[in-house]
Design a protein around this ligand. Sequence first.
Ligand SMILES: NC(=O)c1ccc[n+]([C@@H]2O[C@H](COP(=O)([O-])OP(=O)(O)OC[C@H]3O[C@@H](n4cnc5c(N)ncnc54)[C@H](OP(=O)(O)O)[C@@H]3O)[C@@H](O)[C@H]2O)c1
Length: 253
Amino acid sequence: MDISNRTVLIVGGTSGIGRELARRFAAAGSTVAVGGRDAQALADLAEEGFGAFAVDVTDASSVASARDAVLARYPDLDTVVTMSGVMLLEDLRDPAHFQAARTTIDTNLLGTILVIDAFTPHLVGRGAGTFVTVTSGIAFLPFPPMPTYAASKAAVHAYSEALRAQLDGTGVGVVELVPPAVAMPGEEQVNPRALPLDDFATEVMDLLSADPTPGEILVKGVLMHRWAERDGTYGDLVAQRSQALSMLPGRQG
Ligand SMILES: NC(=O)c1ccc[n+]([C@@H]2O[C@H](COP(=O)([O-])OP(=O)(O)OC[C@H]3O[C@@H](n4cnc5c(N)ncnc54)[C@H](OP(=O)(O)O)[C@@H]3O)[C@@H](O)[C@H]2O)c1
């Protein structure tokens, strides 16, 4: 894809990976809007020159209103990124985890579906465009402290594949971004294995720029997760990652 002339909406663009990719698309020459709930972050991004739209992806009427406002201002919108997501720890030995499970599915899976549904008629109607969905290395190699998160991202992977097949022939493509652990600026020490945001974003924009854009955006750091099952490393890696269960509050002491 030519990243220099797109009109992009990043839902979940108010912080982290989404905000950085918004800045990268804009720096490359594209017109960029972001969506999210955080009013201060939206105001700051509007100040930076981005279109900024309040949206809660767990609320269908909020998504519909945001869609109407975005398309009124950007009738040439051609790229929609479904970045919104929550990453919650859950202790499955405590049934109280269910609220976290519900929030995770409502945001990561149903939120993705709502946003895609909201913009599908527009993109199909113009006969060209791209949905960029966002999963995780954890979709392919579970991280046991975040069980519903892993399930939600595996679901978005499967959904993306079906969406791509269903939109085939409409001119609308589906690209799945699969981040590994990414470290935000100043947080590099928290998980030394995480990829610094800046390096991650550079690799992602390079991969997106390929023509044709691959169906999955896989930076080098996520290949071990993506292909663990094929490579026969899955069992060992899940066991290794299960050691992180000790980080759950109920398992300490
Ligand atoms: N960071 C990583 O290591 C990593 C690894 C793999 C995959 N990912 C995925 O990448 C995406 C971005 O993660 P991040 O690390 O950049 O996290 P982040 O900084 O917490 O960003 C999450 C974004 O989602 C938005 N969001 C959350 N709930 C929402 C809701 N109900 N309605 C609308 N927007 C909502 C937030 O906006 P508001 O708060 O303004 O609503 C924010 O813009 C997520 O889907 C995450 O699962 C991250």
